[in-house]
Write a protein that binds this ligand. Structure first.
Ligand code: PEP
Ligand code: MG
Length: 540
């Protein structure tokens, strides 16, 4: 029996025949009629590719929402980039074929990105590769659409976001690719599509049509699996499906523990499209909208109109349930390319979160105005990240009120917004009493609270097992926050990853946490779990 092991990008399972997607032919060294004809061929293919990107953008907008569609606009910008296009043309003028020209441009730009120190920008190499691939595909006369005759597990060398968008989701059972960076747009898309995907396995043409089993949870692809493997995976898929169906009964149910305590279970989202998913998954609100995800891969900071449209979409999708919009938490490890602040020695301790927003009103004001305007379309709250002192909240509130006054003067209607503070620094937890006087509610960010309390980088793989949100020091700060919040009549939510740790739910609720906000996929299971808890039993 054959099996291959790769890395899971989107969990799930699939059983069915393999369909190996054709790789682009490498036309290196093909001799050509004239340079002029080849330049024309290059240009015609570029224009077709641009038209195709526009089609893909429209399809993505319709199927997945505005943010996912943005990828295709970025790719079009790359194809219009003068340096990029001229690099390809120069190679053709030097006597090489159009395909080689595109390859030259791709290699030059990919090398430039690779040489950068910044992992985010290095990740953009994938975009250069995708755009070049599309351009070469058009040159090779490729249809650009994956017409699948029957349901299959797709196996490809690479797969662009364009190809993914064009996929017939009913026929694509799973995806195996040789190359797909976990942070690439394509990987974000497979997750958004819920397509079980494994990367790191090279396609083998002769496996076309062969029956296979994909266990995307373990990152394993079995070819001609033994009956026992196939049956086990099929059973796993059936169980997962049955479990999902079973959990559906919690979708519209309020959450109450066995001894009658009502708890709110919300979802954490990073895009307006995810808000619709959150509602579908039974979220009673959005406890954390990480707005920085809207702009990390953009070429400029998002403007007021753009943000207004996204927040409005999220609020409308949640149909009157509260959406907590966290203001930009950029700086630190989340450094978008357009943010031209100096990166200090230690960005996690540098100008980030509310500190950055207060220092850069040209970024903060459009966001506050967008939130205030969108608030008319639902129940909105704004929340400030990385707070360390009451003065920061006072200043942010002042600015919010000034924005409201200006909008009213301009005749632009606004809605009510509650103001929340994230408790994710030890300073904020220790000053929870003072902060409660400035805020309408708290939300505890246990990811950063753990990082700053334990002085352990949350991203450092060497600290696995040591970076622990259950550490007694972190729990003591959570307890203090809840007590102080409640003493001032404030609701206390928790939106860090600890909220999804079901072994800790009882402890958190016994401490008095009023609301848990967790990744969308965790909402239903958490609702079920809470409903089986008895809080009056011995304190844990
Ligand atoms: C947190 O720090 O716990 C949190 C929810 O915010 P983020 O993970 O976005 O930093
Ligand atoms: Mg945080």
């Amino acid at each position: 029996m054959n099996w291959f092991e790769g890395i899971s990008l989107c969990p799930g399972g699939a059983v069915g025949p393999i369909h190996v997607l054709p790789a682009l032919t490498n036309q290196k060294g093909v001799s050509l009629p004239t340079v002029e004809e080849e330049l024309e061929r290059l240009e015609a293919a570029r224009e077709t590719a641009l038209a195709r990107l526009e089609e893909q953008r429209a399809a993505a907008r319709e199927q997945l929402g505005e943010e996912e569609a943005e990828i295709f606009r970025l790719h079009a910008l790359m194809l219009e980039d003068q340096d990029f296009v001229e690099t390809a043309q120069k190679a053709v003028r030097a006597g090489r074929c159009a395909e080689d020209g595109v390859r030259e441009a791709e290699e030059t730009f990919a090398a430039a990105f690779r040489a950068l120190d910044d992992p985010y920008l290095q990740g953009r190499m994938a975009d250069v590769e995708e755009v070049s691939r599309l351009w070469r595909e058009v040159l090779a006369g490729g249809a650009g659409r994956l017409e699948l005759e029957r349901p299959a597990i797709l196996w490809a060398k690479e797969c662009s976001s364009g190809e993914l968008i064009a996929l017939d989701r009913d026929k694509a059972l799973g995806l195996v690719v040789e190359h797909m960076a976990p942070d690439s747009h394509a990987a974000i898309l497979v997750r958004a599509m819920g397509l079980p995907t494994v990367t790191g396995i090279a396609p083998q043409k002769h496996w076309e049509g062969v029956y296979a089993a994909l266990d995307a949870e373990r990152g394993r692809l079995w070819l001609e699996p033994e009956e026992s493997v196939r049956a086990a995976l099929e059973q796993k898929c059936r169980q997962a499906q049955a479990r999902r169906r079973e959990l559906e009964r919690w979708r519209d149910a309020p959450v109450r523990t066995r001894d009658g305590r009502t708890v709110t279970v919300c979802a954490n989202i990073g895009s307006a499209r995810e808000a619709a998913l959150a509602l579908e998954q039974g979220a009673q609100g959005v406890g954390l909208f990480r707005t920085e995800f809207l702009c990390l891969d953009k070429e400029r900071s998002p403007g007021e109109e753009e943000q207004f449209a996204v927040y409005r979409q999220a609020l409308e999708a949640m149909q009157g349930r509260r959406v907590v919009i966290r203001t930009l938490d950029i700086g630190g490890d989340k450094h978008p390319p357009w943010l031209e602040t100096g990166q200090g020695e230690n960005p996690a301790l540098g100008l980030r979160g509310i500190r950055l927003s207060l220092k850069r009103p040209e970024l903060f004001v459009p966001q506050l105005r967008a939130v205030l305007r969108a608030a008319r379309y639902g129940k909105a709250a704004v929340m400030f990240p990385m707070v360390t002192s009451p003065a920061e909240v006072r200043n942010a509130r002042k600015l919010l009120e000034r924005c409201r006054a200006e909008l009213e003067e301009e005749g632009l209607p606004t809605g009510e917004v509650e103001v929340g503070v994230m408790i994710e620094t030890p300073a904020a937890a220790l000053m929870a009493g003072e902060l409660a006087e400035e805020a309408d509610f708290f939300s505890i960010g246990t990811n950063d609270l753990t990082q700053y309390t334990l002085a352990m980088d949350r991203q450092d793989p060497d600290l696995q097992g040591m970076y622990d949100s259950r550490h007694p020091a972190v729990l003591a700060l959570i307890r203090r926050t809840v007590e102080e919040g409640h003493r001032h009549g404030r609701r206390v939510a928790l939106c860090g990853q600890l909220g999804a740790d079901r072994d800790m739910t009882k402890t958190l609720l016994q401490m008095g946490v009023d609301e848990l906000s967790v990744p969308v996929g965790e909402v239903l299971a958490l609702k079920e779990h809470i409903s089986g808890l008895e809080l009056s039993q011995k304190r844990e």
